[in-house]
Design a protein around this ligand. Structure first.
Ligand code: PMP
Length: 752
C-alpha cells in the first residue's frame, strides 16, 4: 500500500490506518507534512462515473479558496480517480485531503452550532446551484428521498411487523402528500447527507463537511430534510433545535411555502430510508455494525414523529421561517356550521369538542396541531390509517367494486378467512354495513328459524340504531327519553358481579343470575326466539358477564326452542387478548354472532355468522340482498384487517399490554378508594368511579377525569347507567408506554 501511494502521489508515507466505511474501505494516510484519506471501492462503472463527478464537484468547491471540504489529490496520470488492483481485486481508489475538526456528533448542541449549520448548508446549496451534472441527474438511488419507493424492497428485512407497517405508513403518506407536488419542487445538486458524523465543528461552529458520496440532483428541500432529521433524531424533544437550524438556513436561502409544507413527510422518509437500509445491511452482513449505527435513533424518532403528527411539526417549521401558521376556525364557528344542517341529536364528545384533521395508529391530530393519544376508539382496531388497510381499499376500489350478485374471488376468500376464526358449527356468513344492520338481520334469522317473536335482552344492552335494534337495546328504550319496553321484549338483569345482587364471581354469582334469567324466560307467555347479549356489556359500563353465566342461560333458551346470539361488535377480533371472540371466555358456542365496528377498521362493515341450519331456515324466505354488504372493496379491507391482526400479533399485544394496563389501574385502585372497580379484559377495560366506601356512582369525578385527560391530549370516554365508568378500548397497537401515560395522567388528576 505504501509503495502504491509513493508511486501514485509521490510522497513519503509514514502510516496507513484502515477505517470503517459504510460500503467501502477508507484509509487514513499520514505523511510528514499532511494527512489524507484514501478511499477504495469495489469496481462498478456507475460508481466510477459518480466518483468522477464527486471529484469535479469538490474541485469546483475548492477553486473558491475554501478549506471546508476535502480536496481531491491527482494521481500520477493527473486523474483524480483510478481503477487499479488491490489484493488482486479490481478496485477504484482516490485520495482526498484530510479535514480536521470535531464531529458534530461529539459536540453538545448549542444555538450557535445549529444556526451555523443552517447558514453553512444554505451557502453550500447556493453554490451548488451553479454545478450541473448529467451523471447526478441520471442517478436514481435509495438514499435520494425523491426515490423513496426504491426502498420498498427492503421492507421485508425489517424484522418486527409493526415497525414494518409504521414504515409502510410513512411511505403511503409520502405518496399522498409529497408525490403530487414532487414535479413542482425546485431541483438542484444537493449534498444530501448532513448527518452528525459528516459535519465538522471548530470553535462551536460548523467548519466543514466530509463524505460527498450521497450527492443527488434532487428537490432542494431534501437537503433541509436530511439535515433536520439528524438535528432532531437523537434529541429528547425532536423539535427542540429544528427552528434554530431552519431559521438560519431560510435567512441565507429562503424556502418556499410548498417546501415547508412537506418537511414532516420528507424527514419521515429519510428516517424510513435509514431503517430500511439498516435492516437490509444487517440481513446481508450481520457483523457490520457501521451500517446500523444510527438505527436506534431513527426508530425512536419515527415513533416520536407519529406521536408529534404532521400539523404540529409544520406549525413549528412555519413559525421558524416566519411563514403564517394556518388560521383555524374557532370550535364555536365549526359547531354553528354543523348545526345549520345537522340535528343536535348528534352529540359531541367533551366540554371542549375537538376538531380532528388526521390520525395514525394510536394517535389522532387536531386541526391546531395537537396530537392525541387515542385510548378510546376501538373501530380503528389495527390502528388509524393503517397502511395495509388503506392500500387494500384503494387498490380494490381502483379495480372493481360491485355487489354479491356477481362472482368475484374477494367474497369467498374473505368469508373463508373470517369463518376460520369460528368453530365448525358457525359456517355461514352474511355481510352488511354496520353493527345495527347485523343485529337487525340476526333478529330476522332467529325469528325465521324459530317461528317465535319474543327476544330476551340484557339490561343496559345496546345493539343498534334501527327500530328493531332499539327495541332490543335497554340502554335506549329505558332511557328517560326512550320509547319504553315493547311487549315482545323480555329483559333479564345484567349479571354484574360488582354492583349487582350477587358478587361471588367464582361461578356462584353467575349461576344465581342464570337462575333469575331462567325464571323470567320460563315465565314468558310466549316462547323466546333469541337471547342476545354482549360478553362484556359495553354501554352498561364495560361489565363482563359474571363467570359461567352464559352456559346456563344458553341451555335454558335452547331448551325452550330459542337461539343464542352473541354481539361481538365491540369485543371481537382479538381485543380481549385471551380470546378472539368474547363468548369463548364463557365456554359457549352461540348460534348467531354479530360483528361490526373493528371489522373494517373504520370502513363500514358488519356481518352475521351462523349455523347451516339457521341459514337454511332463512333461505326459505325472500331473497336477502345488501347493496354494499360483501362488496369487493369491503372484502379486501376486511381481509387486510385479519391479516394485520395476525401479522402484528395484535391479539397477543392486547393481552400483554392489556394485562399491564389493568395492573396499573389496580395499583391506582389500591391508592384511591374512589376507584370502585377495575374490570374487563385485554384492551377493553372499565374503571368505575364511586364515592369512597360505597357503591354510589361518582359521575362528576368520571367527567372531570375524562375532560382533564382531553386537555392533556388523551382520549378516553365514560359510560354506564350513571356515566361513571371510564372506558378505554384503544387501537390494538397501544403500547406499555401509552398505558403508563394514561394511568399516570389519571393519577395526577385524582390528586387534585
Ligand atoms: N352492537 C354493539 C355492542 C355496539 O356497541 C354497537 C355500536 N355502538 C352496535 C351493535 C351497532 O353498530 P353500528 O353503530 O355499526 O350500527
Amino acid at each position: 500500500m505504501k509503495d502504491f501511494l509513493q508511486k501514485e502521489f509521490g510522497f513519503q508515507v509514514r502510516t496507513v490506518k484502515k477505517l470503517n466505511g459504510y460500503d467501502n474501505i477508507n484509509y487514513l494516510v499520514q505523511t510528514d507534512s499532511a494527512d489524507y484519506i484514501l478511499k477504495t471501492y469495489g469496481y462498478d462503472q456507475e460508481l466510477f462515473d459518480t466518483l468522477r463527478t464527486e471529484n469535479e464537484l469538490l474541485n469546483f468547491l475548492s477553486w473558491e479558496g475554501q478549506n471546508n471540504f476535502p480536496k481531491p489529490i491527482p494521481l500520477a496520470d493527473r486523474e483524480f480517480v483510478k481503477l487499479t488492483e488491490i489484493d488482486d481485486r479490481p478496485t477504484i481508489c482516490r485520495l482526498l485531503t484530510f479535514l480536521d475538526g470535531t464531529f458534530l456528533g461529539d459536540v453538545p448542541p448549542t444555538e450557535e452550532l445549529f444556526s451555523s449549520l443552517g447558514t453553512f448548508l444554505a451557502n453550500l446549496d447556493l453554490r451548488l446551484q451553479h454545478f450541473n451534472s448529467y451523471v447526478l441527474k441520471a442517478r436514481q438511488w435509495e438514499w435520494d428521498i425523491q426515490y423513496l419507493h426504491l426502498n420498498k424492497k427492503y421492507l421485508e428485512a425489517i424484522p418486527n411487523p409493526h415497525d414494518r407497517n409504521v414504515v409502510r405508513y410513512f411511505f403511503r403518506q409520502f405518496e399522498e402528500n409529497v408525490g403530487p407536488i414532487l414535479p413542482e419542487l425546485r431541483k438542484q445538486v444537493i449534498y444530501n447527507d448532513a448527518n452528525e458524523w459528516n459535519i465538522l465543528v471548530k470553535e462551536g461552529k460548523v467548519s466543514g463537511l466530509i463524505d460527498f458520496g450521497d450527492l443527488a440532483y434532487s428537490p432542494l428541500i431534501n437537503e433541509v430534510a436530511v439535515a433536520l432529521t439528524y438535528v432532531c433524531y437523537d434529541k429528547e424533544n425532536p423539535l427542540e433545535w429544528a427552528p434554530i437550524f431552519l431559521k438560519a438556513y431560510h435567512a441565507a436561502l429562503p424556502l418556499e411555502d410548498k417546501e415547508v409544507r412537506i418537511l414532516y413527510y420528507l424527514i419521515a422518509a429519510r428516517l424510513c430510508i435509514s431503517v430500511c437500509n439498516s435492516a437490509h445491511a444487517k440481513k446481508a452482513s450481520p457483523d457490520n455494525d457501521y451500517a446500523t449505527i444510527s438505527e436506534g435513533f431513527a426508530w425512536k424518532m419515527l415513533y416520536k414523529w407519529l406521536a408529534t403528527g404532521p400539523i404540529a411539526a409544520e406549525n413549528v417549521f412555519r413559525e421558524a421561517v416566519g411563514m403564517p401558521v394556518e388560521a383555524f376556525k374557532t370550535v364555536e364557528k365549526e359547531i354553528e356550521r354543523r348545526h345549520r344542517h345537522l340535528s343536535p341529536i348528534f352529540s359531541l364528545s367533551y366540554t371542549q369538542p375537538i376538531s380532528m384533521a388526521r390520525a395514525a395508529f394510536q394517535y389522532m391530530y387536531d386541526t391546531r396541531g395537537n396530537a392525541f393519544l387515542d385510548a378510546y376508539n376501538n373501530i380503528p382496531h389495527v390502528g388509524h390509517s393503517h397502511p395495509k388497510v388503506v392500500e387494500a381499499g384503494q387498490r380494490q376500489m381502483a379495480l372493481l367494486n360491485t355487489n354479491t350478485r356477481y362472482l368475484y374471488d374477494a367474497l369467498p376468500a374473505y368469508a373463508e378467512k373470517l369463518l376460520a376464526k369460528f368453530p365448525p358449527s358457525l359456517n355461514k356468513v352474511y355481510f352488511v354495513n354496520s353493527g345495527s344492520a347485523a343485529s337487525d338481520l340476526a333478529l330476522r334469522l332467529a325469528r325465521a328459524h324459530t317461528g317465535y317473536d319474543t327476544i330476551a335482552v340484557m339490561e343496559h344492552g345496546y345493539h343498534g340504531n334501527t327500530q328493531n335494534t332499539i327495541d332490543i337495546s335497554d340502554y335506549k328504550f329505558s332511557n328517560k327519553k326512550g320509547q319504553g319496553q315493547k311487549a315482545h321484549i323480555l329483559k333479564v338483569p345484567i349479571p354484574d358481579a360488582y354492583r349487582g345482587k350477587y358478587t361471588d364471581n367464582d361461578g356462584r354469582a353467575g349461576q344465581a343470575y342464570t337462575l333469575e334469567a331462567a325464571v323470567l324466560i320460563k315465565q314468558s307467555p310466549l316462547p323466546v326466539a333469541a337471547f342476545i347479549a354482549e360478553p362484556i356489556v359495553g354501554c352498561g359500563g364495560q361489565v363482563p358477564l359474571a363467570v359461567s353465566y352464559l352456559t346456563g342461560v344458553y341451555e335454558v333458551i335452547r331448551q325452550q326452542g330459542g337461539v343464542c346470539i352473541s354481539d361481538e361488535v365491540q369485543t371481537g377480533f382479538g381485543r380481549l387478548g385471551d380470546h378472539f371472540w368474547g363468548y369463548e371466555a364463557q365456554n359457549v358456542v352461540p348460534d348467531i354472532v354479530i360483528l361490526g365496528k373493528p371489522m373494517g377498521n373504520g370502513h363500514p362493515m358488519g356481518a352475521v355468522v351462523t349455523t347451516s341450519a339457521i341459514a337454511e331456515s332463512f333461505a326459505q324466505g325472500v331473497e336477502f340482498f345488501s347493496s354494499f354488504g360483501g362488496n369487493p372493496v369491503s372484502c379486501a379491507i376486511g381481509l387486510a384487517v385479519l391479516e394485520v391482526i395476525e401479522e402484528e400479533n395484535l391479539q397477543e399485544n392486547a393481552k400483554d399490554v392489556g394485562d399491564y394496563y389493568q395492573s396499573l389501574f389496580r395499583e391506582l385502585q389500591a391508592e384511591y378508594a374512589g376507584i370502585g372497580d377495575v374490570r374487563g379484559a385485554g384492551l377493553f377495560l372499565g374503571v368505575e368511579l364511586v364515592k369512597p366506601g360505597s357503591l354510589e356512582p361518582d359521575t362528576a369525578l368520571a367527567q372531570r377525569i375524562k375532560n382533564a385527560l382531553r386537555d392533556q391530549n388523551i382520549l378516553i370516554s365514560t359510560d354506564g347507567p350513571y356515566d361513571s365508568v371510564l372506558k378505554t378500548k384503544p387501537p390494538l397497537c397501544f403500547t406499555h408506554d401509552n398505558a403508563t401515560l394514561v394511568v399516570e395522567s389519571i393519577k395526577e388528576i385524582m390528586k387534585l
